[in-house]
Design a protein. Structure first.
Length: 311
């Protein structure tokens, strides 16, 4: 019989799970509680180990059945402690790799413990822990804005060095449409210096949200820096109307500080809404059509005309 004060209760691998031991290398889960006695079974009971024990205040701790399917494992409590520390770290959503988390949290543990807590056997649990800390998927751009503006989730759009953030602002247009702008402060500083800007939309990478339809797009603002194409802003746009483009361009101007000392040319496709908004928001800037879009439309028109003539 072992004094009950030697019984240790520690957290298990699952939420609200516990295991018990007396530092002898064997570990137990509760099997039953009856007549003020706690009946325990080996943690490896499902793997054909029939080890049993019980404890009560009157009798203390007693081994009632020999362990015939497992060996003593004196490192197990420390293995579980290390696992808990690693998984708790994953829920912080900090910008750090799983490998770095394991390396940092393993410091101070003996090699017999760290050799059993490796990335190969921890990756799935670490992914689940990290996913559990994420917000539910947004169903609308307004919900996305609420998530991005929540301080708890600011790390989701943080840059890899942690010194800047990709999320810039959200804006409502006069027609009621909602738009989310992504642009770091560093990109805003670069944007002030550019002479040429190009704006165009893409549709194939739109997120799956209820309020995004065929009229929605991801609007990309790209600059030309020393003969190099440089993306400077991305906008999730609910609509492609003049009020929508006007609201987005005005918000970008505010983020930049309304200072475009070098801007000379804005290139876009031939969509009337974007062209009208650029003329209104950037007076004095040359509005130029996109050669790629011109060639594509001309080619399509040529094919259509040829088919008509061959009929």
């Amino acid at each position: 019989m072992v004094n009950i004060n030697r019984v240790r209760r520690e957290r298990g691998s699952r939420k609200r799970s516990w295991f018990y031991h007396i530092n002898d290398g064997y570990h137990y889960h509760i099997n039953n509680i009856r007549n003020r006695k706690v009946y325990l079974k080996c943690i490896h009971f499902g793997k054909h180990c029939h080890g049993r024990a019980l404890y009560s205040r009157r009798q203390g701790f007693i081994h009632t059945k020999r362990h015939d399917g497992c060996r003593r494992d004196r490192h197990y409590p420390n293995v579980m402690r290390l696992r808990r520390r690693i998984l708790k770290r994953c829920t912080s959503l900090e910008v750090i790799s799983f490998r770095e988390i394991i390396t940092q949290e393993s410091r101070g543990f003996p090699i017999g413990v760290t050799s059993r807590v490796r990335l190969a056997n921890m990756r799935s649990a670490m992914q689940r822990a990290r996913y559990s800390a994420l917000p539910p998927p947004p169903q609308s751009l307004e919900e996305l804005t609420a998530i991005l503006q929540d301080p708890r989730y600011r790390v989701l759009t943080a840059t890899s060095d942690g010194r800047d953030n990709l999320y810039a602002a959200s804006v409502n247009a006069a027609d009621g449409s909602h738009h989310v702008i992504f642009m770091t402060r560093r990109m805003a500083r670069v944007l002030r210096q550019l002479k040429i800007l190009f704006g165009d939309g893409t549709f194939k990478t739109l997120p799956n949200m209820e309020d995004l339809d065929a009229a929605s797009q991801i609007f990309c603002v790209v600059g030309n820096w020393d003969h190099t194409v440089l993306p400077v802003a991305w906008v999730l746009m609910q609509a492609r109307t003049i009020p929508a483009y006007t609201a987005v361009l005005s918000a970008i101007q505010d983020l930049v500080g309304n200072v475009f000392p070098n801007l000379e040319t804005f290139i876009s496709d031939f969509e009337p809404a974007i062209r009208a908004s650029v003329i209104a928001q950037f007076p004095g800037v040359t509005l130029q059509g996109c050669f790629f879009h011109l060639v594509r439309v001309s080619s399509a028109f040529t094919v259509k005309l040829k088919n008509q003539l061959l009929k």
